[in-house]
Design a protein around this ligand. Structure first.
Ligand code: AMP
Ligand code: MG
Length: 411
């Protein structure tokens, strides 16, 4: 391969990921940890459940006592008190006895099962209860440690903390958890044609839609947006914007536009002057004019200006980098096998990422193009919920073929 050739996608991604490390670790209250990534293995500080308890409202008793019970010939047990949730109960249940018990209350010593209230009948003498059917030992008993044993690792380092994981960590005895910092991204949109949405457009202007799209993608990736700046295609103004971001609080800089071979494309030149370019150009469609480098110790991603190209290069390169920074063990979206439901023509030479619409039909993913694919078009971008990957050597993929798809979205 000639050194000036565009890099294959895989090499570009691996160069990016090897240049990025997870952000520093901090400790946060469990209540603030949703969406963060565990920075270390989390051990259980206690058994779950912590003590044997009932999974039903009913009566704790000895299963063998109920062997002969039927609705016509119920077994009568003497009630020896109550075990209520949150109250210690040390009284022992002996043969011929039962203790009223509520869901989550501790099993009294001696009892080995629970008969649910619906399988009982009150007796004329309120000191007794009638059991209508036999139960087996252990029935409706949640034993101590059956879910988690004290000392076991309940969450692995690198795990995204979803609400269920927060519940597990809290139940395991932790009030706080160590997580990685959330990456903060500075966004710079370049282009003298750009106006803010809401402003009146002058001749030859367009709205800066990339900034809003990229800010949404940053948030969707679990990161936060730092400064959002626009620059004209003027080398002095772009220089001061790029140099200015190095003073801003940001872990990463993402630019759009001005990274190709046009006369006013200064991003590469300014990154080389202020920091260094690692590589420029990737053999993908859309998104070939993409640059990656460093400025003042921070990664900088130069995305192309065309909206579809900016979107795809963010998905393929910036998102995995943000996930690595946030500490995720898995940084790259999995590819999923899908059935193509229409024939797609393809120009060989570069690996393509077609904006596509995919849906599950009878447990199989069906995929079709989301519309015309030129990289300035918004309709197919807005209609896409997935990217269909077409290998560089294919000129056509026929309806019915199995293809690889990336499903877009938060996870
Ligand atoms: P460039 O990469 O600067 O050559 O821009 C390529 C195309 O993307 C041009 O048609 C630009 O007008 C358009 N473009 C650049 N930046 C943006 C932006 N922030 N929002 C929408 N379109 C843009
Ligand atoms: Mg431009």
């Amino acid at each position: 391969m000639n050194p000036s050739d565009p890099l294959p996608y895989e090499e570009a991604l691996s160069r990016i990921l090897s240049a990025i490390s997870p952000r520093a670790v901090c400790q946060v209250p469990c209540g603030d940890a949703a969406g963060r990534v565990a920075a270390e293995d989390v051990p259980a500080l206690l058994d779950l459940p912590p003590f044997a308890n009932s999974s039903m409202d009913g009566y704790a008793c000895i299963a063998a006592d109920t062997a002969a019970a039927t609705p016509n010939h119920p077994v009568c047990l003497r009630i020896v008190g109550e075990s209520a949730a949150g109250h210690a109960q040390s009284a022992v249940v002996a043969s011929g006895q039962a203790m009223a018990i509520s869901t989550g209350a501790a099993m009294p010593p001696g009892a080995d099962a629970v008969v649910m209230v619906e399988e009982t009948r009150p007796c004329a003498d309120p000191a007794f209860v009638e059991i209508l059917s036999p139960i087996t030992p252990g029935q409706y008993v949640r034993s101590a440690g059956e879910d988690v044993q004290k000392g076991a690792i309940v969450i692995d380092a690198g795990t995204l903390l979803r609400p269920g994981a927060i519940a597990l960590i809290a139940a395991s005895g932790h009030a706080r958890v160590r997580v990685h910092g959330t990456p903060r991204v500075a966004l710079i949109a370049t282009g003298s044609e750009l106006a803010m949405p809401g402003e009146k457009l002058a001749t030859a202007q367009i709205y800066d839609s990339n900034s809003l799209m990229l800010a949404s993608l940053v948030r969707e990736a679990g990161a936060v947006c730092g400064p959002q700046i626009r620059s004209t295609d003027d080398i002095q103004s772009l220089r001061s914007v790029i140099e200015g971001t190095t003073l801003q609080k940001a872990d990463m800089i993402v630019t759009t536009g001005g990274v190709s071979v046009g006369q006013h494309d200064y991003v590469k030149q300014l990154v080389s002057e202020t920091g260094e370019i690692d590589f420029w150009r990737v053999a993908i469609r859309p998104g070939k004019p993409f640059a990656f480098g460093r400025i003042a110790g921070r990664p900088i991603f130069g995305l192309p200006g065309n909206p579809a190209s900016a979107f795809v290069t963010f998905e393929l390169f910036v998102r995995p980098a943000l996930r690595r920074m946030a500490g995720h063990a898995d940084c790259v979206r999995p590819t999923i096998g899908a059935t193509l439901t229409e024939t797609v023509e393809h120009e060989p030479g570069r690996k393509s990422y077609v904006r596509a619409h995919s849906e599950w039909v009878d447990g199989r993913l069906h995929t079709r193009s989301a519309g015309l694919q030129a990289s300035h078009r918004f309709r197919s971008l807005a209609a896409a919920n997935s990217l269909l990957i077409i290998p560089e050597d294919r000129s056509r993929i026929v309806s019915g073929e199995t293809v690889s798809v990336l499903l877009l979205g938060p996870e």
